[in-house]
Every structure is written in structure tokens, then in C-alpha cells.
Write a protein that binds this ligand. Structure first.
Ligand code: NAD
Ligand code: IPM
Ligand code: MN
Length: 321
């Protein structure tokens, strides 16, 4: 039976790269029953819709969601990012944001906590638009939320090379950092086969560039993970190659590139679709189509040899299949 997959191309280059991803999946021989959703900045500007609750309920019954990117130059920052993408992650409780990175000399995966931290939306304004205005933006770190991300990361490290690095800023963020470090240390005691390390996030920025081979699995909070994974992409062949799985193990999950809507290159054919294609392969893994996923990954190997326009790269991957 065909897998039922919701597709949100979204804004900017999102629809361009998703179209190539869908062609590649079809060429790999996997039949998907697609449900297309017209959501993103253009839809919001047309009728005010960002994401309604009925759509989320529908998504709970799908096998997976395939997502492009959001962010529209004519829409205020945050409206679509929070109202569509983050609402999707939070309402579906996609608590693992998994971003793999590989290039010559390194092969590591970042597990980013995906429902809490500064992304939770705690805070607000006092006396807004006055000379005395105050803005706060808190960081929410629940023991349950932190621990489930850490456990997932230990399980993943056990199945890989057995090394896990916690990245945080415990020297300054002494409340959140303390909770993360204690949860990490307590879970570590249950995984004697996994060796552990800790890096402050600023130092991790050095090592990501100068010595990424030290990493196997990295676990970190939502904001640090957001920033570090753009860096991970940049040191692994470019942001146009980096895929993401947003997971709630056992439930509907969502697959998207790390990159955004790239309004600077939309419509030029310069968007690299490989990140979307590899996100599609992660989706196929999730759907149990492991052999097709592996073939797609093989077809995306040596990505520096995949050149040309968005559509030409998509066609070259299809040809390699
Ligand atoms: P971005 O990732 O869209 O672009 C950053 C740079 O990378 C740009 O120079 C862009 O041209 C380049 N780039 C991105 N994807 C590429 C690809 N596939 N091939 C070649 N080059 C690529 O980040 P930004 O410019 O900071 O944000 C633009 C908009 O996207 C904003 O509205 C932002 O909120 C949104 N955004 C959305 C997501 C998402 O949907 N997951 C992620 C990041 C940013
Ligand atoms: C990402 C993006 C999103 C994030 C934005 C668009 C909400 O940057 O997927 O990395 O910050 O998580
Ligand atoms: Mn990001």
C-alpha cells in the first residue's frame, strides 16, 4: 500500500527543491500517496491562513510529512516560522531534530532538542513602544524534554561509534546548563559502552571547523542546535546538502532540509536540491523503504560532481538511480 505523505513546499526555494525530491523518490520506485498543502507566506498573504488545527489533526493520521522551507520577505519575521514550522514541530511533538553531516574526514550527527529552550515562546513585552520598553525571551528546559533528547542521542551513539558530546554553555547558563549536565551524566551511567565529552558551544564552533572528526553524535539544545547545524552544513559541502529529520519515534514525523527559503536565489535555478533529496531518503528510512533510501544516498554521493541548475541536479540524481 502506498505511504500517505503530506507535502508542504512552503516559500521561496522550498517548492523548487521539494519537486526534485519527489521526482527522485518516484524514480527510486517508491509509490507515495501525496496530499499537497498550500501553506506558507503566499497563502498567508492571500487569505490570512497560517496553519489551522484541523490540518494538524489530519497530519496526525499521515505516515510522514515532507517539507520545503518557510519565510517570506513580505511577511513579518516569525509569523510563518513560528506559526507554521514551529507549530508543526511542537503540536506533533517532534522532539528530535536529527541532522547528519559527512564530508572527507568526518561523519557525525547532531541531535537538537526540538520543542523547548528559547524556542518555547516564553516571554513578552512590558511598556512596548515606550522609552522604557522591556523584552524578555526565556528558555524553557524541562527535565522530561531534556532527558528524552539525551536518551535518544545515547541510543544513537550506541548504534554508531559509541561517542556522545554534550554541547551547552554551562559556564554562563548555570540554570539550564546544570539541568542538562545532570541529566546527561545520569543517563550516561546507563550507557557504559558510550564514551562522553562536553564542549562549551563557543569552543564547539572552533572544533566544527578545525576538527569535526572528533564528533560522532552531538546533543544540544534547540537554539545552539539551530546555529551549530548551519555551521555543520557549511563545513560539510554546503548548506544545500544538509538534511533533517524531525522525529517523534513511532508517530508521524517530518523531513525537511536544514536550509531556509533562500529568497536571494529563488527562481534562479541555483537552489541545490540535494538537501531536500537526502531529507526524502531519511523519510523513506522512516517509512521502512530502507533499500530505496540507500540507493538515493548512493546516487547523491560525491555531491561536488552534481552540478548545474536545480532541475539538472535532480535529473542527474535520477539518472544515477
Ligand atoms: P537560508 O538558509 O534561506 O539562506 C542562507 C544562505 O544559504 C543564502 O545565501 C541562500 O542562498 C543559501 N542557500 C540556502 N539553501 C540553499 C540551497 N539549497 N542551495 C544553494 N544555496 C542555498 O537562510 P536565511 O537567508 O537566513 O533565511 C531566509 C528565510 O528562510 C527567512 O525567512 C528564515 O526565517 C527562513 N528559514 C527557514 C528555514 C526552514 O524553513 N526550515 C530555515 C532557515 C531559515
Ligand atoms: C531551522 C530553521 C528554523 C529554526 C526557523 C525557520 C524557525 O532555522 O529549521 O533550522 O530555527 O529551527
Ligand atoms: Mn536554522
Amino acid at each position: 500500500m502506498a505511504h500517505r505523505v503530506g507535502v508542504v513546499g512552503g516559500d521561496g526555494i522550498g517548492p523548487e527543491v521539494v519537486a526534485e525530491g519527489l521526482k527522485v523518490i518516484a524514480a527510486a520506485g517508491v509509490e507515495l500517496d501525496l496530499v499537497h498543502y498550500n501553506l506558507g507566506g503566499a497563502r498567508y498573504l492571500a487569505d490570512g491562513t497560517v496553519l489551522d488545527d484541523a490540518t494538524i489533526e489530519e497530519w496526525r493520521g499521515l505516515d510522514a510529512l515532507y517539507f520545503g522551507a518557510v519565510g517570506h520577505p513580505d511577511v513579518a519575521p516569525g509569523v510563518i516560522e513560528r506559526g507554521l514550522l514551529l507549530k508543526m514541530r511542537f503540536e506533533l511533538d517532534l522532539y528530535i531534530n536529527l541532522r547528519p553531516f559527512a564530508a572527507e574526514g568526518h561523519d557525525f550527527t547532531v541531535i537538537r532538542e526540538n520543542t523547548e529552550g528559547t524556542y518555547a515562546g516564553e516571554g513578552g513585552f512590558l511598556r512596548r513602544h515606550t522609552p522604557h520598553e522591556i523584552a524578555t525571551q526565556g528558555s524553557v528546559n524541562t527535565r522530561r524534554g531534556v532527558e528524552r533528547a539525551i536518551r535518544y542521542a545515547f541510543d544513537l551513539a550506541s548504534a554508531r561509534r559509541g561517542h556522545l558530546t554534550l554541547v551547552h554553555k554551562t559556564n554562563v547558563l548555570t540554570f539550564a546548563g546544570d539541568l542538562w549536565q545532570r541529566a546527561f551524566d545520569e543517563v550516561a551511567a546507563e550507557y557504559p559502552g558510550v564514551s562522553t565529552a562536553y564542549n562549551h558551544v563557543d569552543a564547539a564552533c572552533i572544533y566544527f571547523v578545525e576538527d569535526p572528526g572528533r564528533y560522532d553524535v552531538v546533543v544540544t539544545d534547540n537554539l545552539f542546535g539551530d546555529i551549530l547545524t548551519d555551521l555543520g552544513g557549511a563545513v560539510s559541502g554546503g548548506i544545500g546538502l544538509a538534511p533533517t529529520a524531525n522525529l517523534h519515534p513511532g508517530r508521524v514525523s517530518m523531513f525537511e532540509p536544514v536550509h531556509g527559503s533562500a529568497p536571494d536565489i529563488v527562481g534562479t535555478g541555483r537552489a541545490n536540491p540535494v538537501a531536500a533529496v537526502l531529507s526524502g531518503a531519511m523519510m523513506l528510512d522512516h517509512l521502512g523503504e530502507v533499500a530505496a533510501a540507500e540507493r538515493i544516498r548512493k546516487a547523491c554521493a560525491r555531491p561536488e560532481t552534481l552540478t548545474g541548475s536545480t532541475a539538472e541536479i535532480g535529473a542527474a540524481i535520477v539518472a544515477r538511480l
